[in-house]
Each structure stands twice: as structure tokens, then as C-alpha cells.
Design a binder for this molecule. Structure first.
Ligand code: NAD
Length: 262
């Protein structure tokens, strides 16, 4: 039966430990703040030291618990060190948010091998590595866990100029489903969040999004007629990280103002 106290505890992450990759800025930064406010200890990690230090300090200033490290998610040894440092600092890993990503925009006929490899190695292989290594840690803890992959509407629709990015995001959806199926019996849930167009524009996409035609397109084709605010990802990530979604796995949750509903 549901009562007020059990319902308010549904989203509580006290005594949980979360990692958010790419949390030195943008959507990852906002989700890390949300997870910390719900009670989780959070490992802030990305590639720029000044950013991760700043975010961890802000969380601590707000009364939360955070640590920071530098990671390149393309590299297995780096991902292993990320998990090991988190365990050394906080004792465990309960929530792994794979968020770090890059965007390289250009026509399909011009994509170079280097650009393709760079996008796939971060946006797809990096998610695989962090998920696999985090899951091994969760298996050892024997108390389950939640892995959340930040996908995109580009995982299911074609957007001009995003060949490798979209291929990676489609792969992320499938990675999510296979890992969800394989790890369900061991209590690890694996889900994805697929954002639409947000106010935070990814590094690498600023020129494209500065075009007035692009902004007009976003508004015209988003039923809610606006970009998402980064803080509008906090509810979805808390839902998937917490017991509020205890019977949800293998799901891709679109947070896109209705973009893919039409
Ligand atoms: N901004 C949007 O509108 C939008 C829409 C759909 C999906 N997304 C997805 O959300 C996620 C976050 O996007 P954002 O807008 O915050 O991007 P952003 O460019 O603002 O931030 C990306 C972060 O990832 C980190 N990063 C990049 N390469 C890395 C690597 N090799 N190792 C570790 N960290 C690395 C960067 O240091 C940075 O902190 C991405 O996966 C992106 O594809 C964003």
C-alpha cells in the first residue's frame, strides 16, 4: 500500500553512490546536481579539470557529497580507474550515468575515418566500457544497480549532418536493451534517456545551432514549441536511478517536448 512516507522515499538516493560521465558542464552537470540533491554521493568526471573541480565544489557548497576525477571514456584503463577511484572514495557504485559525448556535424559524404572513429569511440564504445566495468563492480556488491545511458532523439530519427552521432546513439539504445536483458536477474536495471533539443548546446554544435533556420526548425517541429531546460532532465534521471522505476528496464525514455511523438 502507498502512504505519504513510502511515496516520498521512492526517489530517495541516500546512501547511494552515482557516477555521471561528462558532468563538468551541460546536461551532465545538471543531472549530477539533481542526484546529489536526492542524497547520492556523486563522482564528477570529464576531461577538463577546472570544470569538474568547480561542479564538485558547488555540490559540496550546497550540502551534497561529491568528488571529482579526470577520465577519457575511450580508454578501458581510464574507465577502470574511474570505478576504482569511486569505490575508494565512497565505498561502492549504485548508479552509472553514461552522459559524456561529442558531436561532429557534416554531410555523410564528407565524414572522415578519424571523425567517425572519434564519435563512435566516445559516444558508443565509451558507454559500453563504463557500463561493463560498473556492472562488474555492482555484481560484486550483490545489491543491484541502475545504469542510465544518455541517448538522443537522433537514435530513432534521421537528422542531417549527424551520421556517426546518430549511428552511435542508435547503438546506445541497443546496448541498453541487451545489457538490460542480460543483467536483469542480477538486479541491475539498464535504461536510456533520449533528450530532444535542449538549451545547452553541445560543444561542436554551437555553429549549427546559432543559425536562425535551425532555431526556427527546433521550435516548429517540437510540439511544446521550445527547447528543454537542463533541469527538466533531473526528474527523468532520478526516476530511473531510484526505486521509483524498480520494474523498469530496457526502456528508452524520450524527453523531447513531443518531438518524436509526431
Ligand atoms: N544538448 C542537447 O540538446 C542534447 C540533445 C540530445 C542528447 N544529448 C546528449 O546528452 C549528453 C550531454 O550533452 P551536453 O549537451 O551536456 O554536451 P556538452 O558538450 O555540453 O558536454 C559534454 C561533456 O562530455 C565530456 N566529454 C567529451 N568527451 C569525453 C571523453 N572522451 N571522456 C570523458 N568525458 C568526455 C566533456 O568534457 C563535457 O563535460 C551527450 O551524450 C549528448 O549526446 C544532448
Amino acid at each position: 500500500m502507498a502512504d505519504k512516507s513510502s511515496v516520498s522515499k521512492l526517489f530517495d538516493l541516500s546512501n547511494k553512490v552515482a557516477i555521471v560521465t561528462g558532468s563538468g558542464r551541460g546536461l551532465g552537470e545538471t543531472m549530477a546536481h539533481g542526484l546529489a540533491a536526492a542524497g547520492a554521493s556523486v563522482m564528477i568526471c570529464a576531461q577538463t579539470q577546472a570544470n569538474v573541480e568547480r561542479v564538485a565544489a558547488e555540490i559540496s557548497k550546497n550540502g551534497g557529497n561529491a568528488a571529482w576525477t579526470i577520465v577519457d571514456i575511450r580508454n578501458r584503463a581510464n574507465c577502470q580507474r574511474l570505478i576504482d577511484e569511486t569505490v575508494a572514495k565512497f565505498g561502492r557504485v549504485d548508479v552509472m550515468v553514461n552522459n559524456a559525448g561529442i558531436d561532429i556535424i557534416g554531410p555523410a559524404e564528407d565524414v572522415t575515418d578519424e571523425a567517425w572513429d572519434q564519435v563512435i569511440s566516445i559516444n558508443l564504445k565509451g558507454y559500453f566500457l563504463c557500463s561493463q566495468i560498473a556492472a562488474r563492480q555492482m555484481f560484486a556488491q550483490r545489491s543491484g544497480g541502475s545504469i542510465i545511458n544518455i541517448s538522443s532523439i537522433c537514435s530513432v530519427i534521421g537528422v542531417r549532418g549527424l551520421t556517426s552521432y546518430s549511428a552511435a546513439k542508435g547503438g546506445v539504445n541497443q546496448l541498453t536493451r541487451v545489457m538490460a536483458v542480460e543483467w536483469a536477474e542480477r538486479g541491475i536495471r539498464v535504461n536510456a534517456i533520449a533528450p530532444g533539443y535542449f538549451e545547452n548546446v553541445m560543444q561542436g554544435a554551437t555553429d549549427e545551432h546559432a543559425r536562425s533556420e535551425k532555431q526556427k526548425h527546433v521550435i516548429a517541429f517540437t510540439p511544446m514549441a521550445r527547447r528543454g531546460r537542463p533541469e527538466e532532465l533531473i526528474g527523468p534521471v532520478l526516476f530511473l536511478a531510484s526505486n521509483a522505476s524498480s520494474y523498469v528496464t530496457g526502456e528508452v525514455l524520450f524527453v523531447d517536448g513531443g518531438y518524436t511523438a509526431q
